[in-house]
Structure formats: C-alpha cells, structure tokens
Design a protein around this ligand. Structure first.
Ligand SMILES: Cc1cc2nc3c(=O)[nH]c(=O)nc-3n(C[C@H](O)[C@H](O)[C@H](O)COP(=O)(O)OP(=O)(O)OC[C@H]3O[C@@H](n4cnc5c(N)ncnc54)[C@H](O)[C@@H]3O)c2cc1C
Ligand code: SF4
Ligand code: SF4
Ligand code: SF4
Length: 414
C-alpha cells in the first residue's frame, strides 16, 4: 500500500480485502485513507499490496475530438458538452448500468449506480470534491459477471483503481466502458462538510437547503458556468467561483489531496481508460464550428471500444476531430491534462490554521487581502439588504476611476 502522500484514496485495497480488514477513515486534511486492522495473512494473501494501482504504460495513441450535444436541454444539465450524459443514456437504453459521482440529501459526494435514465440525473455535473467510492468496484464486478454492460466513470485514479481491482481478464471485458475526467485534482471532503455547514446557516432565512449545483448554467446570463446554485425552499442563491471561498481555495490549489500534486494518472494517453472527458477552453476562438455558450467537451479516445461508443451517439452530437497543432494549443490552456501543479506558497500555513481553528479562520489565507475586503463588504451588504444598490454604486465608481486613470495617462503622455 502507498504512503499517505502518494495514496489517491481509490479504495481498491479496501474493496479487495476478503476479510474486510481495511476500511477508509477520515485523516490528513479531511481526506479518507485506508486503515488496516492487524492482519496475519500478509505473506499468504498480500492482495491489498498487489492491487494498489501503478501506472504501467502510456504508450497508446489517443484520438482527440471536440464535441457537444445538439440538444440544449442536455447541455443545461451538464458541466461541459454533455457527452457523459449521452454515453450514459445509451448504456442504460441498451440494458446496462452506469456508475458515477452523485450528491446525496446531506450533500455528501459519493459514487453510486444508476440503473434507469431517471437515476442518471444524480450523476450529471461536476462535483469538485473527492467522491467516496464505497463498494462500487465490487458492485461493478457483480454486474459484469452477470453479463451486463457497465459504464464506470470517475477520476483517473478511480478508474485505475477499478481496473486494478477487476484484474485480468475482467478489466478487458468488452461490456465495460471506462470513462474518466480530465482532473485538476479533488478538494477535501472535510473542507466541503464545513463549507456546507456554513451554507446551512442561511436555512433560518430561506428554508431548507435542498440542492447544491457546482456549475450552474443560465441561458440568460453572460457569466460562465463556474458558479454555485444553492436552492433553498423559498429561494435560490448564486455564487460565482470568483467570489466564493470554497471555489477559490480549490482553483488556487490549496485544498487538493496530496496525491494530486504528483499525480501518476495524468496525460493525453491513458491505456487503462477508454474515454476521457474535459472542458474545451475558449472554443469560440479555436473551434467556431462546434462552439456553444453552453460548453464544449474535449474528448480523448484511447481505445477501439471508446471509438465505437462515441460512434453510437454521434447523431446526437456536434463532433469534430482535433488536429495535432490545435491540440498543442489546448494543452497549453488546459494544463490539467498533462501537468501537476505545485503547492501554493501559503499551503502549510493554510492547513496549520485549519487544523487549529477550522475552515472559517483558514479560508482567507488563500486570498489576497484586497479580495478578502471586497468579499467581506459584499457579504455585509447582502446581510443588511443593500447589495444591489451597492453593486450599482461600485460599478459607477469603477467606471469613473477608469476614466480618471485614462485621462491621467493621456495627460502624462502629453
Ligand atoms: C474533480 C474534477 C476536476 C476536474 N478538473 C478538470 C480540469 O481541470 N480540466 C478539464 O478540462 N476538466 C475537468 N473536469 C471535468 C469537467 O468538469 C467535466 O466533468 C467533464 O468535462 C465532463 O463534462 P460533461 O458535460 O460531459 O458531463 P457532466 O455531466 O458535467 O459530468 C459528469 C461526470 O463527471 C463525473 N464526476 C463528477 N464529479 C465527480 C467527482 N467528484 N469524482 C469523480 N467523478 C466525478 C461523473 O461521474 C460523470 O462521469 C473535472 C471534473 C472533476 C469531477
Ligand atoms: S493481506 Fe489480504 S487479508 Fe490481509 S489486509 Fe491485505 S488483503 Fe486483507
Ligand atoms: S489501493 Fe488506493 S487507497 Fe489503497 S493504498 Fe493504494 S492508492 Fe491508497
Ligand atoms: S489529480 Fe490525480 S490523484 Fe488527484 S484526484 Fe485527479 S487523478 Fe486522482
């Protein structure tokens, strides 16, 4: 088994243990780690060590597409171009089952199986928190043994965990389609719990918190989809990632799992997976023929099975293969495909303050002081009910300030 820094939390070791000696327990930085009871069978069994996934080869050649669903309704309920939803519906229509990350009524992010199109709703949309995989590898193995088609989706390390757990020959079963996401990294479930608790304080004013969506799309807004929607019983609140501490901590690489800073499972070629899905950045400029304000997927196809699955849904897609020179541009913008990110400078201080005082005290360490002051004033205005007038006043002041600076520059250049 891996040490804490390298362990991805894929849970293959826990799920393979025939005696249930291993379980995942909350540990460092609010992530789950395998804990084993004393086991005397290390010599005779050793399955938990053998199953820990190692990247072996990455020599396959992937084909790269940009794609999005033709149907705007599919797009509205997906984070990017809805390719996952179309693949998943096709699998269920053919009698198969789909595994993916969902959010339960207490806002815990966990993997689950969808056996009907209605169940799929839960799995759609990105949730930027490490998902509890539970016993889903075991369940998937059960379905495959019954001859069912299985689409298993998750982060690259979860798919590597699944394949390692299944072992040969089941990992090459033609009924299994493995789909992973391009992965920035996953945020801490411990931090997520504290964040949700903070949001729930608003229940006194707005009624029960019923739903949280990480990437909410609004056809009438020019804002991108990187924003939360919190649906309370009496009203919905929206928070753009720019103004949200949880999102900022995630995007600024503070709250990722240790393994995400030296991830073995990145790369445009992934031999353990059939299809990888990500966001296609700035599609208007690069692929005007596929572009949509509702999002576009980048689709990396690593196997013939992946090609066949994409072909099965092609009538429902706007799809185009990406040329090699275009791909170089994509890799430069969507760096998560290939590159690990370093820990930020204030990383250790952030976690020290978090462990001593909790999230509320630690969260502002990640942001520059000016941003904290702005967020604080914005929150205060909301509480005293003058947020929209203050916003208008702020934009007038900003415009005047810009005009003043332009005039000053003009005079200075005289
Ligand atoms: C943690 C995380 C980080 C990501 N980072 C990037 C990135 O840096 N660059 C990029 O281009 N794309 C990234 N993505 C992928 C992107 O956000 C979309 O999920 C992807 O483009 C698929 O979009 P879609 O419209 O086809 O499907 P959607 O319906 O939007 O996505 C659903 C799919 O995402 C999976 N999923 C959702 N949340 C989780 C989770 N917590 N753990 C495991 N699987 C999950 C579901 O199982 C399902 O397969 C990330 C996704 C996640 C979950
Ligand atoms: S050696 Fe075998 S029985 Fe012991 S903990 Fe590992 S998998 Fe379980
Ligand atoms: S199998 Fe997965 S959870 Fe277990 S030690 Fe290895 S990486 Fe960690
Ligand atoms: S960055 Fe790597 S280790 Fe982290 S969740 Fe993604 S695939 Fe797993």
């Amino acid at each position: 088994m891996r040490d804490k820094i390298a362990c991805t939390g894929c849970a293959a070791c826990a799920q393979i243990c025939p005696d249930a000696f291993i379980s995942l327990k909350r540990g460092r930085h609010g992530f789950d780690y395998p804990k084993s009871l004393d086991c005397s069978k290390q010599e005779s069994c050793g399955l938990c060590k053998k199953v820990c996934p190692q990247r072996t080869d990455a020599t396959d050649q992937s084909t790269i597409y940009v794609a999005r669903a033709i149907d705007d309704d599919e797009m509205m309920h997906s984070s990017s171009g809805a390719v996952f939803a179309l693949l998943a519906k096709n699998c269920i229509d053919c009698g198969g089952v789909v595994f993916g990350a969902g959010m339960d009524a207490s806002f815990k992010i966990a993997h689950r199986v969808a056996t009907t199109s209605d169940d799929l709703h839960q799995l759609r949309g990105s949730k930027y928190v490490q998902s509890d995989i539970g016993d889903c590898y075991r369940q998937a193995r059960g379905f495959l043994k019954l001859g069912k088609s299985v689409l298993f989706s998750g982060t690259p390390c979860q798919i590597a965990g699944l394949k390692s757990f299944l072992g040969k020959p089941l990992c090459d079963d033609p009924n299994l389609l493995a789909v992973d996401v391009i992965c920035h990294g996953v945020a801490s479930p411990g931090i997520w719990n504290e964040y949700v608790t903070g949001q729930k304080l608003k229940e006194k004013r707005f009624g029960k918190l019923e739903e949280i969506v990480f990437r909410f799309k609004d056809i009438n807004s020019s804002e991108d989809s990187y924003r939360f929607r919190f649906r309370f019983r009496s009203r919905s609140l929206y928070r753009h990632s720019r103004k949200d501490y949880f999102y900022q901590l995630f995007l600024r690489y503070f709250t990722l799992r240790d393994s995400c800073y030296s991830c073995d499972f990145r790369g445009a070629s992934r031999s353990w997976c059939d299809i990888s899905l990500g966001d296609y950045p700035t599609p208007q400029a690069l692929v005007p023929d596929v572009s949509s304000p509702l999002g576009v997927n980048i689709v990396l196809v690593h196997s013939q099975k992946g090609e066949d699955s994409l072909r099965n849904i092609k009538d429902k897609l706007v799809l185009r293969e990406v040329a090699v020179d275009e791909m170089i541009a994509v890799l430069k913008i969507n760096t998560a495909i290939e590159l690990n990110h370093e820990r930020p400078k204030e990383y250790d201080r952030f976690w020290r303050v978090w462990s001593e005082y909790g999230y509320e005290k630690a969260k502002s360490i990640a942001l520059p002081t000016a941003a904290i002051i702005k967020l604080g004033i914005s929150d205060l205005c909301k509480v005293i009910g003058i947020h929209s007038s203050a916003k208008k006043l702020y934009s007038v002041v900003k415009k005047c300030n810009l005009k003043f600076r332009q005039d000053a520059e003009y005079h200075n250049s005289d």
